[in-house]
Design a binder for this molecule. Structure first.
Ligand code: NAD
Ligand code: MG
Length: 387
């Protein structure tokens, strides 16, 4: 077995830490090239020292001196800035974990794709905003995109060597989030603490709020479209509160293949880390008799209008998914900062999408422009809402 040279973008986050955990359990198999973080300098330096990383990149430039100080006795180089982030993404590693949250991850992900790397993609917002540009760049450079999002990783495993032409539909499962059984009136009063308390998964704050609004499943619908090339009407969303089946593929002959496992992100991450082989993980094994039964429900588009907005954005195409994602990012941040209520998140997204009319981007620079304008409009609409 050859050593895999890996870099982790967003090494201090939930997915980044799970990736480090797996790598550190199997040090013979992996060599860490670069690690990056937004501002958690202590956790970044600590991980770089533990793994003998060659490069550590901190996005906040004010924290560079502290990173340098913490790494002074090691051979790890400390850096900051856009170029350093691109170097971490497209440098010496052959496998790159894209685990930055939000559209902020887009440029480094593109750098890794253009350099022809194997990209383990957790950062769904990059596919939502620039899916077509990313998949085109990957076919030009020969890069491989391995989905890490548990649903898309499940679909990837269920597709195996089968032809996409034999697939009749994809079934994306959703836990329904912490407010699955709540009424709209009850949701209106929900706090950030209640929204981030996911029943099955432990994740970063943004994706946890997205799970509560079900925008997460909406973003995943768009993500699935870009990864597997199927249109909206062949990607179904199914609520499955136990989160045991992570998604399914139905074939033209009526066979349905599903991937199952405990809700532990180390399972899909390990699939991508060892791909095309397999590796051991400490994830809990399923006890089927203990679980007893698996249940399913249709999603409620009235209580969870985010699903409708996201499906609408996918079907509208063009810049709509970028605007949807940008408005959602700023609205989730405002909700977490207690500036708007829970139901205002999707209200802001809907208002921003209906008031914007941008054409499909032809480049990443255009994606970033559309994203910036949509954020400004969403912020303006939230201020109006509060007045
Ligand atoms: P997180 O908030 O826990 O971690 C985010 C990481 O990105 C951190 O290392 C942070 O330092 C870095 N980061 C944040 N903003 C940045 C910026 N502006 N510039 C550079 N770096 C920045 O998030 P997470 O839950 O690990 O999620 C990461 C991505 O993976 C998201 O796109 C999420 O949707 C996706 N994902 C996460 C899970 C999960 O279980 N956590 C599951 C599926 C998909
Ligand atoms: Mg998911």
């Amino acid at each position: 077995m050859t050593t895999r040279r890996v870099s982790i973008l967003g090494a201090t986050g939930s997915v980044g830490k799970s990736t480090l955990d797996l790598i550190e359990r199997d040090p013979e198999r992996f060599e860490v090239v670069a690690l990056t973080a937004a501002s958690n300098v202590a956790a970044l330096a600590d991980a770089a020292l533990r793994t003998n990383a060659k490069l550590a990149v901190i996005s906040d430039p004010a924290l560079l001196p502290e990173l340098e100080r913490r790494l002074i006795k090691s051979s790890c180089r400390a850096a900051t800035g856009k170029e350093a982030l691109s170097e971490a993404a497209a440098g010496d590693a052959d496998w790159v974990m894209a685990a930055i949250v939000g559209c902020a991850g887009l440029e480094p992900v593109m750098a890794a794709i253009e350099a022809g790397r194997t990209v383990a993609l957790a950062n769904k917002e990059s596919l939502v905003t620039a899916g077509a540009l990313m998949t085109e760049a990957a076919s030009r450079s020969g890069a491989t995109i391995l989905p890490v999002d548990s649903e898309h990783n499940a679909i990837c495993q269920c597709l195996a060597d089968n032809s996409l032409g034999d697939v009749s539909r994809l079934v994306l499962t959703a836990s329904g989030g912490p407010f699955r059984t709540k009424s709209r009136d009850e949701m209106a009063a929900m706090t950030p603490e209640q929204a981030v308390a996911h029943p099955n998964w432990t994740m970063g704050a943004k994706i946890s709020v997205d799970s509560a609004t079900m925008m997460n499943k909406g973003l995943e619908l768009i993500e699935a479209h870009h990864l597997f090339g199927l249109p909206s009407d062949r990607i179904e969303i199914l609520v499955h509160p136990q989160s045991v089946i992570h998604s399914m593929v139905e074939y033209i002959d009526g066979s349905v293949l599903a991937q199952l496992g405990s809700p532990d992100m180390r399972i899909p991450i390990a699939h991508a880390l060892a791909w095309p082989e397999r590796m051991d993980t400490p994830a809990q094994r399923l006890d089927f008799a203990g679980i007893g039964s698996l249940t399913f429900e249709s999603p409620d588009y009235e209580r969870f209008p985010a699903l409708r907005s996201a499906r609408g954005a996918l079907e509208a195409g063009g810049a709509a998914p970028i605007i949807l994602n940008a408005a959602n990012e700023v609205a989730v941040a405002a909700f977490l900062a207690r500036k708007i209520g829970f139901l205002d998140i999707v209200r802001t997204v809907e208002d921003t999408v209906t008031r914007t009319n941008a054409v499909a981007p032809r480049s990443i620079a255009e994606v970033i422009d559309i994203d910036r304008e949509a954020r400004a409009l969403a912020n303006h609409l939230m201020r109006e809402m509060a007045a």
